[in-house]
Design a protein around this ligand. Structure first.
Ligand SMILES: NC(=O)c1ccc[n+]([C@@H]2O[C@H](COP(=O)([O-])OP(=O)(O)OC[C@H]3O[C@@H](n4cnc5c(N)ncnc54)[C@H](OP(=O)(O)O)[C@@H]3O)[C@@H](O)[C@H]2O)c1
Length: 259
């Protein structure tokens, strides 16, 4: 049976590059995002680049809408999904009191709800299939609070702690699926424009250091190929490392409330 990798946010940045990289490895791709034109460009690029050919299935959906999360999942769940990469997300560089609440609502829906629901659905159906993995894209800001982006960072704390917990849950249950957190630092994508509500964000001016999408996806692939639950960039040195869990964890089940 053909194997597929589902990538949300595949129309731009890290997701676009990741889709190409998985395709080069011979994986069939399910590419999810809102911008159909950019997804079609991705499909054409992969078609022109990869031989033997792989299939690229485009899903044009707005993942801030809960019904679309279920619609996407139900439309792909019968495929042999080897990996699911929850990458779609955006930031907002703004103090909490000044946030545009409509943008904040969308950020909470996309960065948190879509990740949690897709993860739960994928785990429910695929946890006992050999060689499956779920990679949720957090950020180094999912492990450190950074001023001017408190809400965004908190969404990434959710992704990181949720995925570390899920990863431990899967391994405690002896599941075949691995769940992993990818935590990049500044990467030159469309992220800076969206987070600042501008169209000409200059990574050279804003950051002393940043990674290219290609570098970020090199790191993502290292995480994909490893048994570690976390791949994280050091925000001072910009070095990437594979890591064990970072969040504190209650080891004694007798102190838990679930009966
Ligand atoms: N760039 C960085 O510095 C950095 C650092 C750490 C973590 N990250 C994380 O990396 C991930 C990828 O971001 P990126 O840097 O590659 O940014 P990007 O170039 O802006 O890509 C974001 C992707 O998310 C998709 N997306 C946005 N809103 C969506 C929606 N409502 N429904 C469906 N898809 C949606 C976009 O596609 P459409 O617009 O076509 O929908 C696009 O494909 C994000 O989770 C981000 O938080 C980025």
């Amino acid at each position: 049976m053909k194997k597929y990798v589902v990538i949300t946010g595949a129309s731009s940045g890290i997701g676009y590059e990741a889709a190409k990289r998985f395709a080069q490895r011979g994986k069939n791709i399910v590419a999810v995002a809102r911008n159909e034109e950019k997804l079609a460009k991705l499909k054409a690029e992969i078609t022109g680049m990869v031989n033997p050919p792989v299939e690229v299935i485009i899903k044009t959906y707005d993942l801030t809408q809960k019904e679309n999360i279920y619609a996407v999942y139900n439309s792909v769940k019968d495929l042999d999904i080897e990996a699911w990469i929850n990458n779609a997300g955006f930031g907002d560089y703004c103090s909490v009191g000044n946030q545009n609440l409509a943008k904040m609502e969308d950020m909470l829906s996309l960065n948190i709800e879509a990740v949690a629901l897709f993860s739960a659905l994928y785990v429910r159906d695929f946890a006992d299939k050999e060689h499956t993995q779920l990679i949720n894209v957090s950020s180094v800001g999912g492990y450190t609070i950074v001023p001017t982006a408190v809400t965004y960072r908190a969404t990434k704390f959710f992704v990181a702690s949720f995925t570390e917990g899920l990863s431990r849950e899967l391994s405690a249950a002896g599941a075949k699926m691995k769940a992993k957190v990818f935590a990049p630092a500044a990467t030159k994508t469309n992220f800076g424009n969206i987070a600042n509500d501008i169209t000409n964000y200059d990574y050279d001016k804003a950051f002393g250091k940043y990674h290219s999408c290609k570098q970020a996806v090199d790191f993502l692939m290292q995480l994909y190929d490893s048994d570690k639950p976390l791949g994280i960039v050091n925000r001072e040195t910009f070095e990437f490392s594979l890591s064990d869990y970072r969040f504190p964890y209650v080891q004694k089940p007798q102190t838990l409330q679930k009966v």
